[in-house]
Design a binder for this molecule. Structure first.
Ligand code: 3PG
Ligand code: MG
Length: 402
């Protein structure tokens, strides 16, 4: 895949054209209201720019995981309303994304106007990337813009298939995400560190294997660190761990050693007897984890060491928290390291790129999201990129045939 072959919409002629923008409107919502509009806020400048250039902006997206037919619960109505509020302009919602109703709504759209088409996943052909669905969708636009990096790991009609039917371009958000990941992974300023955290090693093995040859320091935290500790003979009490993967952890540590990548594990831990808010917590060295307690965060000695490691690095890639940050007081380790990363970034000493659902929630809780060089709006797509996999939505833009 040649990422440099991707064209961006900023250089295309859009005046009076029908521009089909694949956005990711899949935002958290409850009882018909959007509860976190971050993804929409990031999308808005790109949509505004297109509207200002007199394009007819037709936004398409999936929402939730409907079963291939319409259902009220997964209607984009509340999202279109929120988008309208953020744009400060009316946004109509067409009741279907293909067929006569969609065509009528598109025909009525004026240059500079924004229209949302109802959930693409209301049609089975979307997830099957079925040309019988893609063709009538493509009929609604003159150009196709994919600005949904966070859905680019799906090989669906609206995320990939459309590039075979229409002249295809990347939107500004798509470009930002790709550029940030390339900056951190392709030609980073060295030394580089990656923080890989989260509950389980099993879900992160491909990430660890892909990052090993690319980074100088691999900081492992969260529940998954316990499996590495187990593999080194540490007794982890009642902690979450995957003993079946101890051999795999040893293999990863051997691979790191032979590649000159240093794996950084915690040296002390915050433990408690249960995973509950306000559970009495104590700090222990790792050779003293009581049999009836569980590790829920890295301890202060680990934090001090991690801060030292970070100060010696010029690039940081972060995916996954160091501890059970959602519950007091087990976020301290994650927050302290995140704050240090923010300080170093602001001082121009560190390029910091972070992504993944939990990671963004942790950075938000630490109040440092804005201080990072780049925080991805993607979960699964960010992870698959870190695994070194080709994302179908990105590949479709790089090999565009139309
Ligand atoms: C996301 O929220 O991760 C993307 O919108 C993709 O959604 P999906 O996992 O339902 O494909
Ligand atoms: Mg998802």
């Amino acid at each position: 895949m040649n990422l440099d072959a991707i064209r961006t919409i900023s250089s295309a002629e859009v005046d009076g054209k029908r521009v089909l923008v694949r956005a990711d409107l899949n935002v958290p919502a409850k009882d018909g209201r959007v509860t976190d509009a971050t993804r929409l806020e990031r999308l808005v400048p790109g949509l505004k720019a297109l509207a200002a250039r007199d394009a007819k902006v037709i936004v398409i997206s999936h929402f939730g995981r409907p079963k291939g037919g319409p259902d009220k619960e997964n209607s984009l109505a509340p999202v279109a309303a929120e988008l309208s509020r953020l744009l400060g302009a009316p946004v109509a919602l067409a009741p279907d994304c293909i067929g006569p109703e969609a065509e009528k709504a598109v025909d009525a759209l004026q240059p500079g106007g924004v229209l949302v088409l109802e959930n693409t996943r209301f049609h089975k052909g979307e997830e099957k990337n079925d040309p019988a669905f893609t063709a009538p969708l493509a009929k609604l636009g003159d150009l196709y813009v994919n600005d949904a990096f966070s859905a680019a790991h799906r090989a669906h009609a609206s995320t990939a298939g459309l590039a075979d039917f229409l002249p295809a371009y990347a939107g500004p958000l798509m470009m930002e995400e790709i550029d940030a990941l390339r900056t951190a992974l392709e030609k980073p300023q060295r030394p580089t560190a990656a923080v890989v955290g989260g509950a389980k090693v099993s879900t992160k093995i491909p990430v660890l294997m892909n990052l090993l040859p690319k980074v100088d320091k691999l900081i492992i935290g969260g529940g998954m660190a316990n499996t590495f500790l187990l593999a080194k003979g540490v007794t982890v009490g009642k902690s979450l761990a995957e003993p079946d993967l101890a051999d795999k952890a040893r293999e990863i540590m051997d691979a790191a050693r032979s590649r000159g990548c240093e794996i950084v594990l915690p040296t002390d831990a915050v433990v408690a007897s249960e995973f509950k808010a306000g559970a009495p917590a104590t700090t222990v060295p790792l050779d003293k984890v009581p049999a009836d307690q569980m590790i829920l965060d890295v301890g202060p000695a680990s934090v001090a060491h991690l801060i030292d490691v970070l100060r010696g690095c010029k690039t940081l890639l972060w995916n996954g928290p160091l501890g059970a940050f959602e519950i007091e007081p087990f976020g301290a380790g994650t927050f302290a390291l995140a704050k240090e990363a923010a300080v170093l970034t602001k001082a121009g000493k560190l390029v910091s790129v972070a992504g993944g659902g939990d990671t963004v929630a942790a950075l938000n809780a630490a109040g440092v999201t804005d201080a990072f060089t780049y925080v991805s709006s993607a979960g699964g797509a960010f992870l698959e990129w870190l695994e070194g996999r080709e994302l179908p939505g990105v590949a479709a833009l790089a090999k565009r045939t139309a």
